[in-house]
Design a protein around this ligand. Structure first.
Ligand SMILES: NC(=O)c1ccc[n+]([C@@H]2O[C@H](COP(=O)([O-])OP(=O)(O)OC[C@H]3O[C@@H](n4cnc5c(N)ncnc54)[C@H](O)[C@@H]3O)[C@@H](O)[C@H]2O)c1
Length: 250
């Protein structure tokens, strides 16, 4: 089950899991049908599982619980939950422009939505004999970033606490809980923003990245696949920084 599955990273994640032979539940607030159609149209030869879509607001506990049961009935599992729904969601960056509604939106989708999906998925993950959750923090939740606002930084730092605390609680039941913390990823929306910057501004962004380039989408998705896979069977409570070396905690 992938939330935020119709988004830039979400679509790529769905395609990658599907190519691995997984049955994929495409969950988003909007754009689910085109995402499912696109996925089916570009099916790789290794994609053998089913793919189905669910339009769900991850902030709504009743809708999340209902969708989870429905996903279980239709596709089995879930054995893996990837929480990508989130972002700064069009809210302003500067403090004096942020309204209480902006703050609620960012915290509710990123933190409450992640919490509710984890909570609703847990009985199924445990029933399946253990499973994996991959949450989505951000470089903006790992160090102060001028690119996004205070609510986003708070939400993405909260995802780190949520992930680690939950990992401790459900580890004994065989469920692993980890997070990825991507740096800037040029999905369609952000590519436009980057392209609009003058060459000096672009250079400055790239100079802050030791690898001196933006990631391919696959370079964000592969770490998610890894954390979800048996190859990461002894890894839980970890935040994997995927940022070209821009943020390097000791
Ligand atoms: N793109 C980046 O540079 C970047 C960097 C670090 C972290 N991230 C994180 O990765 C995740 C995916 O980012 P993206 O770039 O693909 O963004 P995106 O905006 O393309 O996708 C986010 C998706 O979440 C969905 N969504 C929003 N509110 C929802 C709700 N209430 N219920 C269900 N779905 C909802 C949107 O419809 C959208 O499809 C986000 O959590 C984002 O914060 C992105």
């Amino acid at each position: 089950m992938i939330t935020g599955a119709a988004g830039g990273i979400g679509r790529a994640a769905c395609a990658a899991f599907w190519a691995e032979g997984a049955a994929v539940a495409v969950v988003d607030l909007a754009g689910v049908d085109p995402a499912v159609e696109q996925l089916r149209a570009t099916a790789s030869t290794t994609a053998t599982g089913q793919v189905e879509g669910w339009t769900v607001d991850v902030r709504d506990p009743v809708a999340v619980t209902k969708a989870m049961r429905n996903i279980h009935d239709r596709l089995g599992g879930p054995h893996v939950l990837v929480n990508l729904a989130g972002g700064s969601l069009g809210t302003p960056r500067d403090l004096d422009a942020i309204t209480p509604a902006d703050l609620d939106l960012v915290l509710d989708v990123n933190v409450k939505g992640t919490f509710l999906c984890c909570q609703a998925a847990m009985p199924y993950l445990i029933e399946a004999g253990g499973g994996a959750i991959v949450n989505t923090s951000s470089i903006g939740g790992r160090q102060p970033s001028p690119v996004t606002g205070v609510p986003y930084a708070a939400a993405k730092a909260a995802i780190v606490g949520l992930t680690k605390r939950l990992a401790k609680e459900v580890g004994p039941r065989g469920v692993r809980v980890n997070a990825v913390a991507p740096g800037l990823v040029l999905t369609d929306r952000l590519q436009g923003m980057f392209d609009a910057m003058d060459p000096g501004g672009q250079r400055e962004v790239l100079d802050a990245i030791p690898l001196r380039r933006m990631p391919e989408l696959s370079e964000i998705v592969e770490p998610i696949l890894f954390l979800a896979s048996e190859a990461a069977g002894y890894i839980t409570g970890v935040v994997l920084d995927v940022n070209g070396g821009r943020f390097m905690p000791l």
